[in-house]
Design a protein around this ligand. Structure first.
Ligand code: FAD
Length: 761
């Protein structure tokens, strides 16, 4: 019977539908791709590295979802090693490696090695430590991980319980886990892979350096020692030949979690493990021979690089969201459900016997055996209830893009000032990047789930490509590789270039600063700025935030709520930006009143502060998108691309206005009349955008190999691929089962009485 299914075709061809979609839009998606992905030669690099990986059997994706969790780690390690070998063979530079990780699309057990491990040594190690550790790190003769979080503490780094106690007698540190909750936990690559770890531990020094205490005395009498806070130490944790844990160290993998199957996130405890003085990374702090702590340099430099990591996250978020939206737009264009209820009626509601098919449906009709046109069913992307979930997210990918570009320029603009020792720009950068990390990763993570649901039942299947995107996609969450693989340093501009790999999105709102927690830093910054502007009403604003607050303070008492509709009925884009600015300033002022004037407890204001941070970040997204529209790089794109991007700007902005209309109304940012028109305007904008949706997602140039999605494939052959995955690529279908409840046998004819199963339990 195999011939029967192999000759069947879908009732309507997905490739013709997507072909018609592409033909109906005049947008040049290739030119838009080049505009969006110009940085670091992205498109050519993607093509080149993709060709290498695609040719390797080890990187085939077909059967991966059917592997068990231990098998996923085996495969993850095999692929991590293969990428190293391929890189050597093809003379890859760091961007090529980065691209390979992105396309491989799963968390690599080596990931933390070249990111947090290498970066921490480079940034926090002394010159001597760099000279000693970097060659071994770059050659991968040692494999490192980053052990900061513990069972009991993650966000609260000051609360870490692992101790590093100075022994004045031997000039060593004793690394110890005094409680179960001191166990290192979650640390990527530590479970089964790493030979070395950056261990962040409380630095304990004798209270009186001249009265030597011993580390053991600390356990007996904590009074003898004083904590100087968490510091990074480099510690060997496994033997380089036997790969067994070194004496005094208990280390292993923490077990299954949401996705991340190929990564060995670990736990680790120390039983008074002695490490030399040189283990403490000492660029900014060192222990003198008499046991006193010498601090040097400016610790805010480290703060600056954290800011950079967060700034990159915005760029990651756009590609991740673009991937989910690509799948949703293509699938929802191919998928048809139900006819148009009104297709037999004219505008007056009269019925006509031979009414034409809805003008909304694609012109690829073919009469079928039932006498009814297959394409008389509507493309689900034409349903406004599908559009309202997918199209604003499509617009959001571009909003994220232009703010990512802005953050990139801002960081590099400020970097030189910071490197000269002027830390002035750090507070603004840190605040903007923290707020954007929180908002953009929330938008992307929620967006993936919204896209999945918009696709109905097939969105839930493995063929959607979204299972892996949510859970297993490579966690490029951290610092970019900061050194060439062959040891050549990367020029600082490139070192801090945009990292293209996509994060594993379920974890993203939690890692690199929990999204609900870091918004407090943004709110604190805005309250401080508001206080400053109130105390100095005549000062000339020095940055956009001060400008925003000054405008608000000057006009607060005579302000009339704004509208985004111009006198001629068109949308006034400048007013949209002003509306977002006003809400932000009004919320900052309200927070100032509560905290500074009324002295309300911080905790009681937390929800308000979180909302303030998101309002500020939305304002940044809207303002940057708006100014990009008048930039030469957008204006020089051929018609109709600039106007389609403007539609995206308006849809993103008005949809956000609609979602948070209460907040905009309560802050008098927008008039009630303007809010009443929002639904209608959003519908119009979605209709404007709809013909270009497929071409717009094409512009993100996400290869089918990376999408790994039957629903989102470029050629629209959705049903053929779904059936192929189920019928030909599903190993469960290769086994025949014994379903007789009286028998213990599970696999029919195996005669093992289910022993193979019991052996695994
Ligand atoms: C996939 C994954 C990979 C990881 N990899 C690593 C790694 O390689 N190395 C490493 O060291 N760590 C790693 N981590 C740990 C990660 O950094 C922490 O889990 C993260 O920082 C969150 O900290 P937490 O778990 O302590 O959350 P908690 O701080 O316990 O947060 C719990 C809840 O309390 C809220 N909360 C906490 N404090 C406050 C506050 N002050 N105000 C208001 N609300 C608050 C949070 O918003 C959250 O909702 C990883 C985690 C994951 C999930």
């Amino acid at each position: 019977m195999a011939y029967f299914v192999s000759t069947l075709a879908p009732r309507y061809p997905g490739d013709a539908i997507l072909g018609a979609e592409r033909a109906a839009s005049g947008l040049d998606s290739a030119a838009l791709s080049r505009h969006l992905l110009v940085r670091d030669n992205f498109l050519a690099r993607q093509e080149r590295v993709l060709n290498v990986l695609r040719a390797e059997r080890l990187f085939r994706k077909e059967y991966v979802m059917n592997l068990s969790r231990p098998e996923r780690y085996h495969l993850g390690l095999a692929r991590a090693k293969a990428i190293r070998r391929l890189g050597k063979k093809h003379d890859w530079d760091h961007d090529d490696y980065n691209m390979a990780e992105y396309l491989n699309d799963e968390p690599s057990p080596f990931f933390l090695h070249m990111t947090m491990f290498a970066t921490t040594i480079r940034e926090q190690g002394s010159a001597a430590q760099n000279k000693f550790w970097m060659p071994e790190t770059l050659s991968h003769d040692i494999i490192g991980c980053y052990a900061q979080s513990e069972l009991g503490h993650g966000s609260n780094v000051k609360g870490l319980e692992t101790t590093a106690t100075w022994d004045p007698a031997t000039h060593e540190f004793q690394i110890h886990s005094p409680y179960l909750t001191a166990s290192k936990w979650w640390n990527g690559g530590m479970g089964r892979t790493a030979t070395h770890a950056i261990v962040v531990a409380q630095l304990l020094l004798p209270r009186n350096p001249h009265l030597p205490a011993s580390p053991d005395a600390w356990a007996a009498d904590a009074e003898d020692y004083v904590s100087h806070g968490p510091h990074p130490f480099i510690v060997q944790i496994r033997h380089l030949v036997s790969h067994q844990p070194l004496p005094g160290i208990v280390v292993g993998d923490i077990g299954p979690k949401y996705g991340y199957a190929s990564m060995d996130n670990g736990y680790m405890l120390f039983d008074r493990v002695r490490v030399p003085k040189s283990a403490m990374l000492s660029r900014y702090a060192e222990i003198s021979n008499d046991g006193t702590l010498l601090r040097r340099g400016h610790p805010k430099m480290v703060y600056g690089s954290l800011t950079f990591v967060r700034a990159q996250i915005v760029m990651h978020a756009r590609l991740v969201l673009a991937r989910a939206v690509t799948v949703a737009v293509r699938y929802c264009a191919v998928r048809r459900q139900f006819g148009d209820r009104d297709r037999d009626r004219d505008h007056d509601g009269e019925r006509h016997a031979d009414a034409p098919t809805s003008s909304m449906s694609c012109q690829t009709e073919k009469n079928d055996v039932q006498g009814e046109s297959a394409t008389s069913e509507l493309q689900v992307l034409n349903y406004p209830t599908v559009q309202i979930r997918v199209l604003p997210l499509l617009a959001t990918t571009f909003a994220l893009h232009y703010t990512g570009e802005y953050m990139y320029s801002l960081y590099h603009g400020s970097r030189e000032t910071i490197e000269k020792g002027d830390f002035g720009p750090i507070a603004a950068l840190h605040s903007a990047s923290s707020g954007l990390k929180s908002l953009c990763t929330t938008l992307a993570a929620d967006g993936i789930e919204t896209c999945r649901r918009a696709m109905g039942g097939h969105g839930f299947g493995g063929g959607s490509g979204l299972v892996g995107l949510n859970a297993d996609t490579h966690p490029r969450i951290s610092k970019r590789w900061t050194v060439e693989m062959d040891g050549r340093p990367i020029p600082s501009r490139r070192r801090h270039g945009v990292n293209i790999s996509t994060p594993s999105y379920l974890s993203k709102p939690t890692v690199e600063g929990d999204n609900w927690m870091i918004t407090q830093q943004v709110a604190a910054y805005l309250i401080k700025k508001t206080t400053y502007c109130i105390d100095n009403p005549t000062l000339v604003p020095q940055d956009p935030t001060e400008e925003l607050l000054h405008t608000y303070l000057r006009n607060r008492t005579r302000h009339i709520p704004l509208t985004f509709i111009a006198a001629d009925g068109s949308i006034d884009d400048d007013s949209i930006v002003r509306i977002f600015a006003w809400r932000t300033a009004a919320l900052a002022y309200a927070a100032y009143e509560k905290r500074v004037r009324e002295k309300k407890p911080w905790t009681s204001l937390m929800i308000q502060l979180h909302n303030l941070s998101h309002a500020y970040s939305f304002y940044i997204l809207v303002a940057n998108f708006h100014s990009a529209l008048s930039s030469s790089s957008v204006m020089s794109l051929f018609h109709p691309t600039p106007s389609v991007l403007r539609t995206c700007f308006r849809l993103f902005s008005l949809h956000t206005l609609s979602q948070f209309s209460t907040s905009f109304l309560l802050t008098d940012a927008i008039s009630r009349e303007a809010v009443e028109t929002l639904d209608g305007r959003i519908l119009e904008l979605m209709q404007e955008l709809r013909p270009h949706a497929v071409k717009l997602v094409d512009a993100w140039a996400i290869p089918d190999w990376l999408l790994d999605s039957a629903l989102g494939r470029y050629d629209g052959k959705v049903y053929e691929d779904l059936f192929d995955r189920a019928h030909r690529q599903n190993p469960l279908n290769d086994t025949t089962f014994n379903v007789d409840w009286r028998s213990d046998e599970i696999v029919l004819g195996s005669g093992d009485g289910g022993k193979h199963l019991l052996a695994k339990l």
